[in-house]
Design a protein around this ligand. Sequence first.
Ligand SMILES: [Zn+2]
Length: 122
Amino acid sequence: MNCAHCGTILPEQANFCLQCGAVQQTKVVDKLVCNVVFRQVDEKWSLFGKEICRFEAVGEDGATIAVSDKFTLTGFEIYGPNEKNRKYKAAFDGLVKKLLAEGWKQTEKAGKQWFELQFQQS
Ligand SMILES: [Zn+2]
């Protein structure tokens, strides 16, 4: 890093400039983390209560980072999207592909559901 005041090259994480003594803003080194969640985005009324849903990757600040293709879940699927359903799995895989392409890496932490993965970016 360089001193914000005089431009002298400083060791990373330096709090003060060795040359001019200016206080340095230490960069945030926290890793960005996002979690894949399942959300209902719209409701299409029918006899079976079909719901339009998608997977979303949400950051810790609540910002949506990426979304999957939408898919329709019937009212019978009260436990959420089943991994064995190829349509849901394809939407999920598409979202994961987007995250990987943007430099996100899957962490070891995951939720109870098959799609509740966590990703991080340094
Ligand atoms: Zn300086």
